[in-house]
Design a protein. Structure first.
Length: 448
């Protein structure tokens, strides 16, 4: 009997080690979450003390100990409210002691990571006096597996997995315009294809500018309402979008009908308050490699560039209320691209940076967000394409990695939902000339 127990134990340990090596997600759900929970419960007080997250006992207790010759009270440990297992780790809700702040916990995340023996620890303040510690049991960004169910909605799409196991969403209603930077081979195209693939089934007009002769966006043309593959057409397309934006504002102004007897709920300043039959379809503008649109060598190209940049700045400043959203991709996005670029960058709330080769490129994205995000963007490994750092306007940032999306997958999604492509009169001349009928494979005789 004892031998059978030893054999069963050896098999169980071997299975756990095999899962940890080959299937870390399965290991975590079967063995890791139990072991990590026990480790946190048993070592919580000692770990908090070792990480300098305890406070001295109150003066009253120290005074009573001196008067009655009692044992000196120990350091007070912050109260662990609850532990909640997740698909990729644990969440700890902690009540801070008087005199502590959320920065103390943010500064101690590396020490907590080593003390608990987990892959990643992050901290954020929930409310005054309470912080939440997110523990990641394994490297979720090594092999990205998006959850089967996501909280997607209109103009809110899941595009990547965060380092704490949560899903990163691109919400155009909340963050209307964004810029994505990255060196060659860093995974910008993977992110771009992922965004387009997720937008394809939605009621939205896709418009693209790809000055590399359309090599990135032309295969997806069946789902695009407008596409420009050179700088001259791009300037005309941007001005056409500005004309559409001005027309939408006229529609909104006519429908406001502000008077003394107008209900407050009927007054609107954007397309979302318009009746359904008058609400124009939202437009998502994707610009691949912004430098090709901004650089020039001749006087004629300079005039074209000025037209394009002025139109793009106007779209970034005024397009949100008209339902026009801008996604810009490029290797660099600094003042060396010419006048108007820094003004444009100031309007781009969303900031994402894949691997960059120098600190200056990272500062273009996160210089006004967080110095820690600047450093993190330069530390992304070469063998992690699609991995990026996302910065928020409040100074927070996180690492993410997009789920790999091949060109074939993006093309298939665009072809499947080609019937949803809206016709925009302002962009009629930029509508890609593609055959919307399914292409039939040639027969063996025809091929011969």
């Amino acid at each position: 009997m004892r031998a059978l127990l030893l054999i069963a134990l050896a098999v169980l340990v071997g299975l756990a080690l095999l899962l940890r090596w080959r299937r870390p997600a399965w290991y975590w759900m079967s063995f890791g979450v139990v072991l990590a929970t026990l480790k946190v419960r048993l070592r919580y007080a000692s770990v908090m003390d070792a990480c300098d997250l305890t406070v001295p006992a109150s003066r009253l207790r120290l005074t009573l100990a001196r008067w009655f010759n009692w044992e000196i009270p120990r350091q007070r440990v912050p109260r662990l409210i609850w532990i909640r297992p997740t698909r990729t780790g644990l969440r700890l809700r902690i009540r801070m002691r008087p005199g502590q702040d959320a920065f103390d916990y943010s500064a101690a995340v590396d020490r907590l990571r080593h003390a608990f023996g987990v892959h990643q620890v992050t901290s954020r303040e929930i409310k005054p006096g309470t912080v939440e510690i997110s523990v990641t049991g394994y490297d979720v960004l090594k092999r990205v597996q998006m959850p089967a169910r996501t909280d997607s909605a209109a103009l809110r799409i899941p595009i990547a997995l965060c380092e704490d196991g949560s899903v990163h969403y691109r919400d155009y209603r909340e963050v209307p315009h964004s810029v994505t930077l990255g060196a060659v081979g860093s995974g910008k195209s993977v992110t771009q294809r992922r965004v387009i693939r997720e937008l394809a089934p939605q009621r939205v007009a896709l418009v693209g500018i790809d000055c590399k002769n359309g090599v990135e966006l032309a295969p997806l043309a069946r789902r695009f309402s407008g596409l420009a593959d050179n700088a001259d057409d791009a300037a005309d397309l941007l001005e056409a979008l500005v004309a559409r934006m001005e027309g939408i504002y006229q529609t909104i102004r006519r429908e406001q009908r502000i008077s003394a007897d107008t209900l407050d709920a009927e007054i609107t300043a954007d397309i979302w308050g318009l009746p359904d039959h008058l609400r124009p379809v939202p437009v998502v503008l994707t610009i691949d490699e912004i430098a090709e649109l901004a650089l020039f060598t001749t006087t004629k190209e300079k005039k074209r560039r000025e037209r394009a940049v002025v139109a793009l700045v106007r779209l970034a400043q005024l397009g949100r209320a008209a339902g026009i959203f801008v996604d810009i991709y490029g290797q660099r996005f600094g003042s060396e691209l010419g006048d108007g670029i820094t003004m444009l960058r100031a309007q781009l709330t969303g900031r994402m940076s894949h691997r960059v080769n120098d600190e200056t490129s990272s500062k273009m994205a996160f210089g006004d967000v967080s110095p820690h995000a600047v450093f993190a963007a330069t530390q992304i490994r070469n063998d992690r394409p699609g991995m990026a750092v996302v910065g928020y306007s409040n100074g927070e940032w996180t690492r993410i990695r997009s789920a790999y999306t091949s060109m074939r997958e993006a093309v298939t999604a665009c072809n499947r939902h080609a019937h949803l492509t809206p016709d925009l009169p302002e962009l009629a001349r930029f509508r890609p000339l593609v055959d919307l009928a399914p292409v039939e494979a040639p027969s063996v005789a025809e091929a011969a």
